[in-house]
Ligand binder design. Structure first.
Ligand SMILES: Cc1ncc(CO)c(N)n1
Length: 449
């Protein structure tokens, strides 16, 4: 016999509909809540025959069966947060309102009315019943249409979102997050109205229709976090950040628009070891082959981004860079996540245009290297650093450099170089989707192939 090692997690109960398509509803809730470190339980209100293109049919379960599921969970588990999704009819909303009133745990209400596909998921006569449930809720997460249906305030921007949020708080709900995904604009603004603050969470819009399951995932992520005892504002910030990433790296499934990537943050973490090992293998090859002719005065860095990297903390690089020695080149210290700022920001900037790019290396640029750039198989772009704007808050203009390069090229470049500027050494940066290719590019520039 072995000693058990139990793992304790807060329990989330989702009361929602089943989506056979797996992207929204209970399926989305279970995946998201588990990915946010909660133990997820569920009570199914309705079974929908659904896919990425729409809802084919809906069967609402008998009220006693919905009630029995909630009772079964509550009898046995200490529920740390309640989350509601598709409630379908007025009696179901009333049933859940009774449980929310009686449960000493935070309740997150996603007032699901219409699917992303446009199909109705709530009996139109039941909209008024939400007041009863919201009276006992911690947070409501309506989108612009739901906020308008619940309050009569047409939501078309931040100001009206605040107005609708304040109006909805009259029901007694502690806080309202009016989500902005459906409001046109280059950025998505989600507006949180609480008793004593108004917070706006802003994310650059991702050009996709693959948002199936986004409302369910957001509310479940927030529920899992408040179940952990996280303050509401932090939980909402983290939830909206998660969703931005889950939409950018959406699941390309089905014939319609894809679904959000509920596990994206877990997958990012899971890819870290492989990414660091790939960077280590590139560094080994560059050291073994003595790439000193390609090492710039400022030192060379090899940067690897996880497939879902969004910040330099999610890229692995050599601490202290690779520098020239008497007999060749040497990495100063080990490979660590977050070790590169400059080259990492160039790679992250390039990933805004081509997310398949995973690796970048900054190389020397001189007349010998300039000639060898022709030997690289692919597009090479020159940028002029005299044109660059003031550095951003991270004191880096590397996002600009990547943007400038992609504006000038019709396809993803393999190298982006500049001839320097005052106080700036000329640099040739190589880019690739895989470790093997980026290594070959550096060896080519060093004259080692
Ligand atoms: C079952 C279900 N719940 C919620 C939504 C909202 O996206 C959906 N499409 N399906």
């Amino acid at each position: 016999m072995r000693t058990q090692a139990p793992d304790t997690r807060p329990v989330v109960l989702t009361v929602a509909g089943s989506d056979s398509g797996g992207g929204a509803g209970v399926q989305a809730d279970l995946k998201t809540a588990e990915a946010c470190s909660a133990f997820a339980t569920s009570a199914i209100t309705a079974v929908t025959a659904q896919h990425t293109r729409g809802v084919e049919s809906t069967h609402v379960l008998p009220l006693e069966e919905i009630s029995a599921q909630i009772e079964a969970v509550r009898d046995d588990f200490a529920v740390d947060a309640l989350k509601t999704g598709m409630l379908a009819t007025e009696p179901v909303i009333e049933l859940v309102a009774d449980h929310a009133a009686d449960l000493a745990a935070p309740t997150v209400v996603d007032p699901v009315m219409v699917a992303t596909s446009g199909d109705r998921l709530l009996d139109p006569e039941a909209e008024g019943a939400y007041e009863e449930l919201l009276a006992h809720a911690t947070l409501a997460t309506p989108n612009a249409e739901e906020a308008e249906l619940l309050t009569g305030v047409a939501v078309d921007g931040q100001e009206s979102a605040v107005e609708a949020g304040c109006a909805l708080r009259e029901t007694g709900v502690d806080a309202v997050l009016v989500t902005g995904g459906h409001i046109a604009g280059a950025t998505v603004q989600d507006v949180l109205v609480t008793a004593d603050s108004i917070e706006t969470f802003e994310h650059t819009r991702v050009d996709t229709d693959a948002t199936h399951g986004s409302g369910c995932a957001l509310a479940s992520a927030v529920a899992a976090r408040v179940a952990h005892g996280e303050p509401l504002i932090e939980a909402v910030q983290a939830g909206t950040d998660l969703l931005a990433r889950a939409i950018r790296y959406n699941h390309d499934v089905g014939k319609g628009p894809g679904a959000v990537h509920h596990l994206v943050a877990l997958r990012e973490r899971a890819a870290r070891d492989r990414t660091a090992e790939a960077v280590e293998s590139i560094v080994r090859r560059l050291v073994d082959t003595d790439t000193s002719p390609a090492v710039p005065e400022v030192g060379m860095n090899v940067v690897g981004a996880t497939p879902y990297a969004e910040s330099h903390e999610e890229t692995a690089a050599v601490e202290g860079r690779i520098t020239r020695t008497f007999s060749g080149v040497s990495p100063n210290r080990g490979v660590r996540f977050g070790a590169s700022s400059h080259v990492a920001r160039f790679l992250l900037g390039a990933r805004e245009f081509d997310p398949a790019l995973r690796f970048a290396v900054n190389c020397r640029f001189d007349t010998a290297i300039e000639q060898r750039l022709d030997d690289l198989a692919g597009v090479v772009v020159e940028i002029d650093r005299h044109e660059e704007p003031e550095p951003d808050e991270e004191r880096s203009t590397m996002g600009w450099a990547a943007r400038r390069a992609f504006e000038q090229a019709d396809e993803t470049p393999v190298a982006v170089y500049d001839r320097g500027a005052v106080g700036k050494e000329p640099v040739a940066r190589v880019l690739a989707p895989d470790a093997e290719t980026v290594t070959k590019h550096v060896l080519t520039l060093a004259g080692r192939v």
